[in-house]
Write a protein that binds this ligand. Structure first.
Ligand code: NOJ
Length: 453
């Protein structure tokens, strides 16, 4: 038996991507509401999350589907501005009830709720006050966290502070591909990173202090992961050092810019030389806060990066023509789950959870009324086998969360990418379990043993 008996098999989603109801029941706007509504929004076909999967109204039906799939956990995020419309002031009781009801429904169905506090939908009211650039955001995030912890921690054990800080600052404020579509200077992006690290730390402390039951806390970063070109020591070392390199792909996108402060209580090698006096300095107290112990290393991993000598940084995720690719051209590189688990465990010395991994396919409803998605099954089987291998070699693994539960709004590319195990017809909101959902159900039931059938 290679996977622990209590291995967590889950699926994920995120508020803006699935909920819809963007202005209902007292919810305030987030930057994704504002910027997808803007005339110059670069999102494909000018799509928005106004309705998305209408999960806000259909959460009971959706939890029933989760139960049908036999998943052990559902990782979802809270829309900050649904709970606190301007991010800092009055609480919206209806918003809070929505999440409390969702948690109840999950618990009733035997599904572990996993809460992500911040999955990119910054309240517009906070953006208007400077967003991540304003140092007050740390206190605002602390208050928001406390409100959520008070409301949900009698039933919630698993907490994620920030989802992919690399992306919400990197694509949101550095390259401008995501809302609020900004291209800011390093000096400002560094300040925002500083505040995001402090917000993370303050949330961890708040959860630990006020949770009504023992908590498991992590964050869910991403970053460039590499696999060795062969099994030589030299190739392995090269892949490892590139995985933790500070600025090969832009520091803001790197693993080490975020995880070294959080797990090693220091900036990554090279940061000081690179930034000089622009590097944020933290007091001893702040370092303690940022490096508050976490229970595991969460990681969102989809593909191994290609060497920059072959391709530009922004295209590095994209495979070469002729290689196995997903529907959005990400290279299919299953070994990345083995190598990342190994590298992250060796460096940060905590168990590993894959907080996101999944495959976008060109799914549609076939003549027989079903959604056949053999590519997704093959993809997931290959990746999971590699994670299983890591476990077999003694790397402690906590769980695997497939992205995503159902098709949803894929940020800059709108609804073009379908990652779900559940197909969503956006005209009718009809859900159909894809073949992969039934396949995943069997994998879960066998605790991974059926991966070898
Ligand atoms: C990363 C993000 O956390 C999620 O929101 C996104 O949809 C998936 N990965 C796929 O790109």
């Amino acid at each position: 038996m290679a996977l622990p008996n209590d291995f967590i098999w889950g699926v994920a989603g995120a508020s803006y991507q699935v909920e819809g109801a963007w202005n209902e029941d007292g919810k305030g706007p987030s930057i994704w509401d504002t910027y997808t509504h803007a005339r110059q929004s670069p999102v494909h076909h000018h799509e928005t999350g106004d309705i998305a999967c209408d999960h806000y109204h259909r959460y009971k039906e959706d939890v029933a589907l989760l139960a049908e799939m036999g998943v052990k956990a559902y990782r979802f995020s809270i829309s900050w501005s649904r709970v606190i419309p301007d991010g800092i002031g009055r609480i919206n009781p209806k918003g809070l009830s929505f999440y409390s009801d969702l948690v109840d429904e999950l618990v009733r169905n035997g599904i572990e709720p996993m809460v992500t506090l911040y999955h990119w939908d910054l309240p517009q009211g906070i953006f208007d006050r400077g967003g991540w650039l304003n140092p007050d955001i740390v206190g605002w995030f602390e208050r928001y966290t406390k409100i959520i912890v008070d409301a949900l921690s009698d039933r919630v054990t698993y907490w994620f502070t920030l989802n992919e800080p690399q992306i919400f600052l990197g694509l949101g404020c550095y390259t401008g591909a995501h809302a609020p579509f900004l291209k800011m200077a390093d000096r400002d992006v560094i300040k925002m990173s500083r505040h995001a690290l402090l917000a993370h730390g303050t949330a961890v402390r708040t959860i630990r202090q006020f949770s009504k039951k023992p908590s498991k806390v992590a964050f869910a970063p991403t970053g460039p992961s590499f696999v060795p070109s062969d099994n030589s020591e030299e190739a392995i070392e090269k892949a490892r050092s590139k995985t933790f390199a500070f600025d090969d792909y832009g520091y803001i996108f790197s693993n080490s810019w975020w995880a070294d402060p959080i797990f090693l209580r220091k900036f990554p090698d090279g940061a000081k030389e690179f930034f000089g006096s622009d590097l944020p300095d933290f007091s001893e107290e702040e370092w303690d806060l940022i490096s508050s112990p976490l229970d595991f290393y969460g990681c969102n991993i989809y593909t191994a990066m290609r060497d920059l000598k072959d391709i530009s940084a922004t295209d590095a995720k994209e495979g070469k023509q002729g290689e196995p690719l997903t529907a959005i051209n990400w290279a299919i590189t299953p070994e990345v789950l083995y190598w990342s688990a190994k590298f992250f465990y060796e460096r940060y010395k905590v168990p590993v959870m894959i907080t996101e991994n999944g495959c976008a396919c060109t799914d549609y409803v076939h003549l027989d009324g079903k959604v056949h998605d053999p590519q997704r099954i093959d993809f997931t089987k290959r990746y999971l086998r590699e994670f299983y291998r890591a476990s077999k070699e003694g790397i402690p693994v906590v769980g695997y969360i497939y992205w995503s539960f159902m098709d949803n709004f894929e940020w800059g590319i709108g609804y073009d990418a379908r990652f779900g195990l559940v197909y969503v017809d956006y005209e009718t909101q009809k859900r159909t379990l894809k073949d992969s959902a039934y396949w995943y159900r069997d994998v879960i039931a066998s605790n991974g043993e059926s991966l070898w059938d």
